[in-house]
Structures are given as C-alpha cells and as structure tokens.
Design a binder for this molecule. Structure first.
Ligand code: GLY
Ligand code: MN
Ligand code: MN
Length: 436
C-alpha cells in the first residue's frame, strides 16, 4: 500500500476528530511465545490503517491544527545493534522520511512529552479498553494535567471512542484495499483447489493444512488470516476445529476453512468436498441444500437491503430443505419462529471482512440492521452440522458437517464474489477431483 493512501486516511480521520481535539493510538506489542522466542508480530489493524507503520513500541498522535505538525509518531530510536540482530527498523528519521510523520519522538520519552499534547484539548479519541497498561498511563497523564489546573492548563474533559470513527472508515474498502483483498482471495482460492487435488483417504488433516500453507507462502503470502480448519468427517461439526490431526477416511466429507492474509487483508473461504472425490447420496442432498441457501443469501446482497436479509433467506431455504429431507418436522413458519434450525445451523450467515477476518464496522445503526452499501465486503457462509449423536434424525445424516463460504463485495447494483476461483457445485468439484 502506498504512503499516499495512509495520508488520505489520516486527513479524513483528522477532519472527523476536529480541531481542538486529539487522537491517540498505540501499536501492537510483541508477544512472547516462550522464553527468547516471540510470536510473529502482527500490527494492530487500526494503527496500521492510519499509519502503515509496522513496528511494535509505537504511538501515533493526531492533533488536527497543531502548527508544528498534526501527525506525530513516537517510535523506537534507530539502534545499530538491534539492526544487526533483528533487522531494519525505521528510527525517528525513517518515521518522518518514509512514513511521513510531521514529527517523531523516541517512545522512551512518551511520559515526558505526551501530556503536553493533551493540554487544553477538549476530547481525546482513544480505543479505551484495548490495552490496559496504556489506559492507565493515559489516565495518569490526564490526572497530571488536572493537578496543574491552577496554572491555567485545562485537562481534556471527554474520552471518546476512536473505534466509531476508524471502524466506520474501514467498513468501506478503497480501490487499493480491494486490490489486496482480491489478491488474498485469489491465492486462497488456488490453495483450496490444490487441497481438493491432493486430497485422498489415508492422509492426515495436517497434511492438507501443509498444502494450504505451502500454497499461501509460495505465492508470497506468509501468514494465514486465522488458523486453518481442516476437518474430516464429523470434526466438521466442531465449528472452530483446529486440531487438524485426524486421518481422512474415504466416504467422509472434508471441510476446509482457510484463508491467507495479504498485506494485512484477509481472505476467508470454506469449501466442503468428499475425501474420495465422489459425494454419497445423503452428502449430496445436504450439500446441495447448503449451496442453495448460499445462492438465496447472495441474492440479498445489494445496496439498500438490510444486512440481516441474507441471513433470513438462508434460514428459510435451510429450514424448508430440512423439512423436505425429514430432518425437521413441523410447519416452516413455526420452525423458523422457534429457531429449530439452530440445532443444525447455529451461526449467522457471515461477517464483515477486511484487515481483520471478523472485521470491524457496526451491524446495526440506531437499533436497525444496517443497509448494505457499495464498497462493503462480507462473507456469505451458510452451513449445516448434524451432530453425530442426534437421535432425532436418520443415521445416514449424522456426523455430516458442511459449510460453503465466499468473500463478497457489495457493488453499485448487486454483488461480486471475490472467491469464485474455487469450484463449489457438486459437478465441478467431482470433475476437479477426478481430473487427476
Ligand atoms: N474462519 C472463521 C469464519 O469463517 O468466520
Ligand atoms: Mn467467515
Ligand atoms: Mn471461515
């Protein structure tokens, strides 16, 4: 992503904060995995969205109207020894030259310098509750300013959620963001194809996971967007199954929910297919039902339609299908009203997608479901999960878990599926798996 995009975002953000106010956000911290080893660093999405700065130990300050510069970055000073052991880092000069901060200060001087920024400001925009240490420091700085009130300094009187501004911005994807989402989607779709091609009974779930990671990484996307779910047979009925260590059996379905991250943007794809390459009759019937539910939901993705309408469409198709197949008994309306479908379909149709796989953005506005608008990206992922021990249904259905998930952009007149590179119809899947 070019610096100009981050600059544009900061400008918009500062307009929304308004002069006389200030916003603060701290970077993510490195997390210890064990002893001298850290987890791979992942920047806080809001911080990255506004700064493009990919280092820990940093704080960004936005002070609209500040004469000496509105955008200030506190970060680590350049340290040659650190560079030798750990590699490149921007330092104060890099923060201004490469990341276009108006001013940069050492992060170690934060307690001395930052309170000065807060003096005589009315509101502080800040993601309260995300980093408890930083919350405490902020309160200490405010108290310090209050203690000086007799010298004429005024302490900020309001702490305002920064999320409401940044998350609303993040909900609408720019052309540059869409490029990254498309790349994440394409690479992930190809990885799913590879998984279908190599799948055979006797392999272990983790071997399929390895194929996915191989595909992501060899295409330059070094991180998954979330831990891959590779769930053979009834493991698919555990919604967030990540153990991935069972042996794949012919006759079972395999559910894969996996996506790569491309420069902080996620893909989130699920496909379910037969280990053997051929669906059994009961698998086919349930699979087609989930696919029909997905088609019905996709038809509800259009500007002006409320977000929940796609969910309601999926509930109706699934419940009707479950009645037709004999898994639910009763009248459609009543079964929906009593939420009987939840025994087999217990999650919602999807979620916003972006820098976070479950991305930010309000689903309701003033207590009403949000209306879809062009530029929003969401997943559409109906599923059916028949518990292995479900005595109320015929044995042939038990232990089948199916989810079909695509990433969808709301366009001016409808929707575009970003992840349609990977097949999902029964005919296409069987053809792909037999083509080898
Ligand atoms: N991969 C998590 C989800 O589908 O929401
Ligand atoms: Mn999802
Ligand atoms: Mn998923």
């Amino acid at each position: 992503m070019k610096q100009s995009e981050f600059k544009k975002r900061r400008k918009q953000f500062m307009q929304r904060i308004g002069k006389g106010n200030i916003a603060l956000i701290s970077s993510a911290s490195t997390q210890i995995r064990n002893r001298d080893v850290d987890f791979p660093f992942r920047q806080d999405s809001d911080f990255y969205y506004l700064t493009g700065f990919n280092e820990p130990d940093a704080v960004a300050v936005f002070a609209p109207g500040r004469e000496q510069g509105e955008y200030v970055l506190f970060c680590r000073e350049f340290d040659e020894k650190k560079a030798l052991w750990e590699g490149a880092h921007a330092g104060l000069e890099g923060a201004t030259v490469h990341y276009e901060a108006d001013d940069a200060f050492p992060i170690d001087d934060l307690d001395d310098i930052l309170p000065g920024f807060l003096e005589n400001k009315t509101k502080i925009f800040y993601p309260l509750g995300r980093n408890l240490d930083f919350d405490q420091r902020l309160l200490a700085w405010i108290n310090h300013i209050r203690s000086q009130s007799r010298s004429g300094v005024v302490a900020p009187s309001e702490l305002v959620s920064l999320d409401s501004i940044v998350h609303e911005m993040r909900l609408f994807k720019s052309a540059n963001e869409l490029k990254l989402l498309r790349r994440a989607a394409t690479v992930s779709a190809n990885a799913h194809i590879r998984a279908m091609q190599v799948c055979k009974s006797g392999l272990y779930e983790y071997q399929i996971e390895a194929e996915l990671i191989h595909s992501f990484m060899s295409n330059g996307l070094r991180s998954v967007a979330y831990p891959s779910i590779v769930a053979g047979g009834s493991n698919a009925c555990t919604l967030h199954y990540t153990e991935n260590k069972a042996k794949l059996k012919s006759g079972d379905l395999l559910l894969i929910d996996a996506g790569a991250e491309c420069d902080h943007y996620a893909a989130d794809i699920t496909r379910t297919f037969p280990v053997s390459g051929r669906f059994s009759e009961p698998q086919k019937q349930l699979y087609q039902l989930v696919l029909d539910a997905q088609s019905a939901a996709l038809e509800q993705i259009k500007p002006g339609l409320p977000w929940n309408q796609a969910h309601d469409a999926s509930v109706e198709v699934l419940t009707k299908g479950l009645i037709d197949l004999g898994l639910l008994k009763g009248k459609l309306k009543k079964l929906i009203k009593d939420e009987k479908y939840k025994l087999f379909y217990m999650h919602r149709i999807g979620h916003w997608l972006g820098m976070d796989v479950h991305d930010v953005g309000a689903y309701k506005v003033n207590d009403a479901w949000r209306l879809l608008e062009p530029g929003m990206v969401l997943t559409v992922e109906p599923g059916l999960y028949i518990p292995v021990d479900c005595k109320t249904v015929d044995e042939k259905w038990r232990g089948i878990g199916i989810r079909i998930e695509d990433d969808v952009l709301v366009t001016a007149d409808g929707y575009e599926v970003l992840t349609d590179g990977v097949p999902k119809s029964i005919v296409e899947i069987e053809a792909l798996m037999q083509a080898l």
